[in-house]
Design a protein around this ligand. Structure first.
Ligand SMILES: Cc1ncc(COP(=O)(O)O)c(C=O)c1O
Length: 362
């Protein structure tokens, strides 16, 4: 077997969830586990969180059904739920809560009014992000339409932030105000906050919050407020070859690294087909045997090369941390000019996930 593993620490996941709870003690939480729990394994994460979360949020009906088949019985919010009539029966059968972001979806629900099982749906307001969501007049139209659809048993109202990770950007407050203007007088369950809003925008805490990335121990917040979260994924591999490179020789495709002195180079079993970003720059950080060193040359499909001059005893079989406890995924994301969300969700199928079970210490 290749030595490359994504180890998932479920106790850290539960700890991070408790941080979200403590930050907003009056709110309930849909733990966002879409995209296979941001690459960590949706069923395993749901099982670990099912005694503490109040519900889960996923992107699609397929993701929700996977959880139901695994006997997850908590409420499931489906963020990009449906666009076709045939899907309504699935929503009802699996007792899923669809997010309605467009009027045509209410027309679909109205056409399926004969379905026996009632549905609880969430209306999504566009409070300024201009992605999915109803504008003010559509929202008022939706409220009126819903009254005529018996299939809809209950309704919540939600919205999503564009910039909640920027703690000095007033746009989040503007979105909160826009949302309040439409919802202050109604008595329905409301939901606004994602992770960064849970951490940094208390005015956005409503009946339900929707923390995602913070559960996995990171975020893109700009004020370091996520530093007390615990990393959940440790992505690690091994050195599979060691080479001595002489001054003037190059390493890897495209000769993007040329040695300015004689150096020792390690080849690591991890490449872009495993989800490691190919575009990451020469000199980006990586940890060998607990020592921080740097990536040399271009990342290949299955391997990458690292500088072992700072780890002179390093040999074949030594451990390499791509990200995890000693190297934050956010630092790697910065070096690759992306965000932790992208790195975590891209760890590919061929990388085995190994679960560190949650040991109940009580
Ligand atoms: C509608 C919605 N709510 C909540 C979340 C969770 O966001 P975060 O991972 O930033 O906490 C997302 C993630 O993209 C989302 O699309």
């Amino acid at each position: 077997m290749r030595p490359l593993i994504a180890e998932v620490n479920l106790a850290a996941l539960k700890y991070n969830f408790s941080v979200a709870q403590q930050a907003a003690p009056d709110s309930r939480n849909f733990a966002v586990i879409k995209a296979d729990a941001y690459g960590h394994g949706a069923v395993q994460c749901a099982q670990a969180l099912q005694t503490s979360a109040d519900g889960f949020a996923v992107a699609s009906i397929e993701e929700a059904v996977e959880l139901r088949i695994a006997k997850i019985s908590l409420p499931i919010l489906v963020l990009s739920a449906f666009s076709q009539s045939e899907e309504v029966e699935l929503l009802a059968h699996y007792e899923l809560m669809p997010v309605v972001h467009s009027i045509y979806q209410l027309d679909i629900l109205a056409q399926n009014n004969q379905s026996r099982t009632p549905i609880e749906c969430w209306l999504k307001i566009d409070s300024g992000m201009n992605r999915l969501g109803l504008n003010k007049s559509e929202y008022l139209q939706a409220q009126a339409k819903i009254n005529g659809i018996d299939l809809i048993q209950a309704v919540g109202v939600m919205s999503h932030f564009a910039c909640s990770d920027e703690t000095h950007n007033n746009f989040t407050q503007i979105q909160i105000n826009n949302f309040s203007e439409l919802t202050d007088t109604i008595k329905l369950p409301l939901s606004l906050a994602n992770s960064c809003a849970v951490m940094a925008w208390p005015a956005s805490h409503k009946h339900w919050n929707r923390p995602g990335i913070m559960l996995y121990g990171t975020s893109s917040i700009d004020n370091g407020q996520d530093s007390h979260l615990q990393p959940v994924m440790r992505f690690y591999s091994q050195i599979i070859a060691v080479k001595n490179i002489r001054k003037g020789q190059s390493v890897g495709y495209g000769q993007t690294f040329v040695a300015d002195k004689d150096i020792k180079v390690g080849v690591v079993a991890c490449g872009y087909a495993d989800g490691y970003p190919r575009g990451i720059a020469n000199d980006s950080p990586i940890v060998v045997n607990g020592y921080r060193t740097r990536i040399l040359g271009r990342v290949s499909m299955d391997t990458m090369s690292v500088d072992l001059s700072l780890v002179p005893q390093a040999q074949v079989g030594d451990q390499v941390e791509l990200w995890g406890e000693r190297l934050a995924v956010r630092e790697v994301a910065d070096a690759a000019q992306t965000i932790p969300y992208e790195l975590l969700t891209r760890v590919s199928k061929r990388v085995p996930r190994v679960y560190l079970m949650d040991v109940d210490k009580s």
